[in-house]
Each structure stands twice: as C-alpha cells, then as structure tokens.
Design a protein around this ligand. Structure first.
Ligand code: AMP
Ligand code: GLY
Length: 424
C-alpha cells in the first residue's frame, strides 16, 4: 500500500482533467488539488488560481495545501523548471527537470539524444535561414516536413507537398528542422519512468489534423483511441527496447536523467519504427482515452516514479475494453477560436460506465461557455472500438454546443479493420 497522497495537479486542459479523474479513483489519494484547473476538475478537486509556470507560486501553493506529490501536466511549466523548484522545496514531483524537458523543448536536442542512443528517427537538417530550409527540402524531396525547433503546442509542424507553403511556414518557424517524410501509421506510447526504470502504458493513436480524412492543418489532437487492434505482436516491447529504454539510459548518461512521462510519438514505416517526436509529458488527448482504461492506482504509480521506486511497481493493469475520445473544438481552431459559445446538455459533469466528458477549454459553473481552442473531449468506452465510438458520438449528438465542431471519423478506420498490420 502506498503512502497517503495529497496531490496537486498543474495545468488546465483535458489531459489534466483526465489525470485528476484517474487520481480521484485511487484510494491512496486523500486530497486532490488542481492549479489552475478547469470547471471539470472543480467537480472532483479544489481548483486554485495559480500560474502553473511560476515555480515559486507553485511551491507556495503546494506547501499551503500540504501536497506531498505534484503532478505537472503541460510542457510549458516543465520547460520553465517548475519541477526543479518543487523538488528543491523537498516535495516529490512527477515531471522532468528543465534540462530533461528539452527532449520536447528543442527538437534538435531530441535528435542529438536519439543519435547518441542509436534510436531510429527521421533523417533531419537543422536550419537557421529560409535558404537553408529550401536547400534541405530540395534534398529530401516531397512531401516536405518542416518543424519549428521550439515549443509550438502541436502547431509548429507542416507536412506538405506544396514547396511554397513549406517555405512560407519556415519563415515563421526559424530555427527549424527539416526532416525526411515518414510513411505508415502513427503510434503514441507513453512510458512512466523514474530515470532508470520505465513502465509502458497502453499504446494509442492520435488524430493530429483538424479535418476528416486527415485533411487540413495540424492541431494539438482532435481525437484518439486505445488499444490498437491492428498493432503488430510485440509492438510495445519493441518500442521499449529500441526507443524508450535507450533514451532513458542516454539521458541518465548525459547527467540529465529523465524522470516523469516520456511520450514517444512513432511512425511504423515500411522500413521499421521511427521516432517522430518525443514529448516530456502525457499526450493530449490520448491520455483521456488511455487513463480511462487504467485499473492500477495512478497516484501510487506516479508517486513511485517521482520518488525513484518505480522498480517496485509491477506491470500496469488494464481493462480489456476499448476507449475513444472525440475532441470538440471551437470554430476557427487551430487558428483563432471563437470564444463565448454556449455549451449545454447532459453529462457535462460526472460519468457513467460508457461515456464521460472531459473539460479542456470551458468557463463558468452552471452555464458553461467555450474559452479555448479544444473545448471538450467526449470519451466513449465499449467492448470494442465500434462500441466505444458509438457511445462517444451518441453523447456528442446530445450536446447543444453550436459553436463547436468535431471530426466524425475518429477511430473509424481502425474499428472497421482498414488499417493493415505493419511489420516491425
Ligand atoms: P510533431 O510535432 O513532431 O509530432 O509533428 C506533428 C505531426 O506531424 C506528427 O504527428 C505527424 O503526423 C506529422 N509529422 C511530423 N514529422 C513527420 C515526418 N517526418 N513524416 C511524416 N509526418 C510527420
Ligand atoms: N496528442 C499530441 C500531443 O499531446 O502532443
């Protein structure tokens, strides 16, 4: 049995609501606080109006509420060193140091770590001028992949066969990475690590493009599902062996051990698996689907990672169900989202077995309005992906939120067996 936990979750998105829901289910979690949180977290935890990227303010709040575990949701506080500040105050923290968070904060740093660790990833060129980008994209050929080096909330990447569009994107994204194009289905695998031991969560797939059929610009993620019925045998083991453990070991060898959640975004290409990106935190919206199936106590696991005891935790336990999350975004997203749209309907708080709603960009209490890009996530569960999709879309059809839109094809190809099993 774990120690009793008073947990402070930092962040205000759908991922943080999902973390709070899973922590709330853990009997070891005796008190739950969120900062700043959202109307969804307010229904299960105490929200506090604190700037999550301000280390001193976060430490003061953690001390005030008696938190003995701080869980950092988003990348911005991690890159800003908030986990370092919390640990320096003697409080256990789930989340990497600022140095280790560079694995997400700089795509070029991630490439250097992967090269040192022998981790397979797309060939790439680091560019500081548009002329260098032009030379690099002409070398790789179309489709062109141009990525902003620094943090961009999932919107810093363009994948296009339009050379002018690639160069236009590059002008606003310098310094930038130009990469070879990776084909094949994408997988998000999250690993919890204490810097030495790493423990995989169930793999998921995310839908990055705003439009149905994967059309339009990249977003933070419009939906996700888990598990992957098309996954090749041994997928998780291969990713842990070839990607996660070598990366964790390389980070430790550099003197910047990575403790927290290592998110491996991968493409299963015709030439084998390749890392598309690393993130230094739970993925959004995959986390909402993945954690809805977790049967192990999340607080205990995150606490073990934060205190260097992850080897004591056995394999995680999962429901055999499938889970699908469909994101409802405000009109205009991923550009400037329309704010203030009314949201009404059943299930905006609470949940039943088949479906629950996660808040991401809502404001208000009784009368909710949209206040962000991704506003709600509807998580459906069922015996298989078709049943889980049916639950999620039925709940969406009951909502009255005319300023929001969603993709109607989340997990559709996987549910109907249209994704072929790649070879590892
Ligand atoms: P990233 O922010 O690096 O995850 O990129 C966002 C999305 O762009 C990925 O999830 C992919 O869908 C796409 N993408 C990124 N890099 C590549 C690549 N080298 N080849 C093909 N698609 C890519
Ligand atoms: N779902 C993509 C991300 O969290 O970055």
């Amino acid at each position: 049995m774990s120690r009793e936990l008073t947990v402070l979750v930092l962040g205000n998105g759908g991922r943080e609501h999902a973390l709070a829901l899973a922590l709330h289910r853990d009997p070891a979690v005796v008190a739950l606080h969120c900062a700043p949180g959202n109307p969804g977290t307010a229904s299960i935890a105490t929200n506090h109006a604190v700037d999550a990227t301000d280390g001193a303010a976060v430490v003061a709040l953690a001390e005030q509420v008696g938190a003995n575990l701080v869980v950092v949701g988003p990348e911005a506080p991690l890159v800003a060193g908030v986990a370092d500040a919390v640990r320096a105050a003697g409080i256990a923290c789930f989340g990497p140091s600022a140095e280790a968070a560079r694995i997400e904060g700089s795509k070029q740093f991630a490439k250097e770590v992967m090269q040192a660790a022998g981790v397979p990833t797309a060939a790439s060129v680091y560019c500081t001028t548009v002329d260098e980008v032009a030379a690099a994209i002409d070398r790789f050929g179309p489709p062109y992949v141009v990525k902003q080096d620094g943090l961009a909330a999932g919107k810093g990447v363009i994948v296009t066969s339009d050379r002018d569009a690639a160069l236009e994107h590059a002008a606003d994204a310098l310094p930038a990475i130009v990469e070879e194009y990776l084909d094949g289905p994408e997988v998000s695998l999250f690993a919890i690590t204490d810097g030495v031991t790493a423990l995989p969560l169930q793999p998921a797939q995310d839908f990055k493009r705003v439009g149905e059929g994967d059309a339009g610009p990249n977003t933070g993620g419009m939906g996700a599902y888990t598990p992957l019925p098309w996954a090749p045998e041994g997928l998780v083991e291969a990713i842990m062996r070839d990607v996660v453990q070598p990366t964790v070991d390389a980070m430790a060898a550099r003197g910047t051990p990575f403790s927290g959640l290592l998110y491996a975004g991968l493409a299963l290409t015709s030439r084998g698996l390749r890392v598309v990106e690393f993130n230094c935190r739970f993925g959004d919206p995959e986390t909402q689907a993945v954690l809805s199936l977790l049967e192990s106590p999340l607080g205990e696991v995150l606490d073990a990672a934060a205190t260097g005891r992850l080897a004591e935790v056995g394999e995680l336990r999962w429901s055999s169900d499938s889970s699908v999350i469909v994101v409802l975004a405000a009109d205009g997203y991923p550009g400037v989202p329309a704010k203030g749209g009314a949201i009404a309907g059943p299930r905006l708080f609470g949940s039943d077995d088949a479906v629950h709603i996660v808040h991401a960009g809502t404001s208000g209490e009784a009368a909710l309005t949209a206040s962000g890009g991704r506003v709600l996530g509807v998580v459906g569960r069922g015996a298989d992906l078709s049943a889980a999709r049916a639950s999620a879309y039925a709940a969406i059809d009951e909502l009255d939120a005319p300023s929001l839109f969603c993709r109607r094809d989340i997990a559709e190809r996987a549910a109907s067996g249209q994704i072929g099993t790649p070879t590892l």
